[in-house]
Design a protein around this ligand. Structure first.
Ligand SMILES: [Zn+2]
Length: 510
């Protein structure tokens, strides 16, 4: 007998419907084949499905079983097909009646004893192919991913294959999940900028970065507080929009990293260690999985000890910083994951770290320093607008009782400056409506310099040796600083401050 069950597969963070057809015919030679471009994990599922059905006290047919995953042209990946295949076989053998199955979507991994285990990507499935079904039957452990989804889908969370069978035969019905829409939970003990004493110049630079979506390089000796500053950065950014929450949560769902009970509603802060591999940062691997750069989507990617990262890892950043996504090449197909983030990198000024420290001696030779700096390739440096020197603060400032400005105050200014840009670039996609994303034409149109400002920029180019490629960056930064000042034109003080954030161009090191 033939059965047809609806399931779904993933392409990046989107999903598409897949029909699981099972055909069980009498044969003296029992066999169990899965066709329709399954990957290794799906082929291995035959053993799991056989054990799961037997251990759930149902007979496993000793006939010829053919399972077809269609459309046949697309490579199918992952372990979510265990449940639909098992259900298909039980329908084909008459244990489950073939009625009312057309409007149900099945996904889930089976363990040998018949229990259901969570699979990756429940949320994208529930969103992308919502028009193909009415009820989503999936492992109980995945149910929380759908808690904020309000698109009329009925969600049935099951613990085991037996639960699913009992539900479908009507023996023991599982009641649909009832979700209560709650306000997003915002972390109340977030790290606050007021804890960072001194460092006013760096904090100002980070505010400029947040205001115009500029990428940052922090340069300073060990212990100067680079990580402490970076960790506080996501909280001066505006709250995530509903759309951003949904997108980022989809990434976490596909990565199988959705541990919380609610959507991701705070901007992610990812800080991978410098020993991270290419696959872990970019995504991919045996199972298609988003990497660190995608987990930072709509948030912040922080790379401390930046020159220590592997060269191929550093180079990976080019595409996402430019295009907001990453293409991962895989066997027989490529996958795209979103990866739009503000990039903050940090490094010591030299291999020993003491070069800019007035109280310590640097023993590095100019050659060693040059080599250290050259590890960050030109193309990546080209995509970083702000260079901030972080000095070690002296003891007096550290012990001072006076606290810094609160994060909330900085954030409200950032939101105001972003609003100016939203109005300026109205009609553009929200993530492009930032000064950092201006193209040549827009720079010409929106970055009008006062005569005095123009003089300063000219002098900087000639005397400080500001490179041509840094020229556009200075103008974009100056535009953001002028916006923070609510000034329509770019004045002398705006351009001077912008030049100050380009220390690597000024060649102060070598
Ligand atoms: Zn040194």
């Amino acid at each position: 007998m033939l059965s047809k069950i609806l399931s779904g597969g993933l392409a990046g963070i989107e999903a598409y419907p897949i029909d699981v057809e099972a055909d069980v015919t009498y044969s003296q030679l029992p066999s169990f084949n899965i066709i329709g471009l399954p990957d290794v994990a799906i082929k291995e599922s035959r053993a799991r499905i056989r054990s799961a059905i037997k251990n759930s006290d149902y007979p496993f047919p000793s006939d010829k079983i053919t399972v077809n995953l269609s459309p046949a042209g697309i490579k199918k990946e992952g372990s979510g097909f265990d449940l639909p295949i098992a259900v298909g076989i039980l329908v084909a053998t008459g244990i489950i009646p073939q009625i009312d199955l057309g409007d149900k979507l099945f996904c889930g991994e089976l363990s040998l004893n018949g229990k259901l285990k969570p699979f990756h990507g429940a949320l994208p499935l529930a969103i992308s192919i919502k028009d193909s079904f009415k009820t989503f039957i999936l492992p109980k452990a995945n149910v929380h991913e759908l808690s904020r989804l309000n698109n009329g889908i009925q969600v049935i969370g099951a613990e085991s294959l037996k639960d699913v069978v009992n539900h479908l035969t009507g023996a023991v019905k599982i009641s649909p999940e009832e979700f209560r829409a709650e306000e997003p939970k915002i972390n109340s003990d977030m790290p606050d900028f007021e804890d960072v004493k001194g460092q006013e110049y760096v904090k100002r630079g980070l505010e400029v970065a947040a205001s115009g979506n500029h990428n940052v390089l922090l340069i300073g000796p060990p212990g100067s507080g680079k990580s402490m500053l970076a960790k506080r950065f996501p909280y001066i950014l505006p709250d995530m929009t509903e759309e951003e929450m949904l997108e980022t949560t989809k990434v976490y769902s596909v990565a199988g990293k959705f541990a919380g009970s609610d959507f991701i509603c705070e901007r992610p802060f990812r800080s991978p260690h410098h020993t991270i591999s290419y696959a872990a940062i970019a995504g991919g691997g045996t199972y298609p999985n988003p990497g660190e750069i995608s987990l930072a989507h709509n948030g912040v990617l922080f790379m401390d000890e930046f020159p220590e990262f592997r060269r191929d890892v550093i180079e990976t950043l080019r595409q996402p910083i430019e295009a907001g996504e990453i293409t991962v090449a895989r066997v027989e197909q490529t996958v795209k994951y979103p990866a739009r983030f503000i990039f903050i990198s940090a490094m010591n000024p030299c291999p020993c770290g003491n070069f800019t420290d007035p109280r310590k001696e640097c023993r590095c030779t100019p050659y060693q320093i040059q080599r250290y700096l050259s590890k960050i390739s030109g193309p990546i440096l080209d995509r970083i607008d702000i260079h901030l020197e972080v000095a070690r603060i002296d003891y007096q400032k550290l012990s001072a009782k006076r606290k810094g400005e609160k994060t909330e105050a900085v954030k409200s200014r950032v939101i105001k400056t972003i609003k100016i840009q939203t109005e300026r670039f109205s009609g553009k996609k929200p993530h492009l409506a930032y000064n950092a994303y201006m193209n040549g034409k827009e720079i010409e149109k929106y970055c009008t310099l006062s005569t005095e400002a123009e003089e300063i920029l000219k002098t900087a180019i000639i005397e400080l040796g500001v490179s041509a490629r840094a020229y556009d960056k200075i103008l974009k930064l100056a535009r953001t600083i002028a916006d923070m000042d609510e000034s329509p034109g770019i004045e002398a003080e705006h351009i001077s401050e912008a030049i100050g954030y380009r220390s690597l161009d000024r060649g102060i090191w070598c």
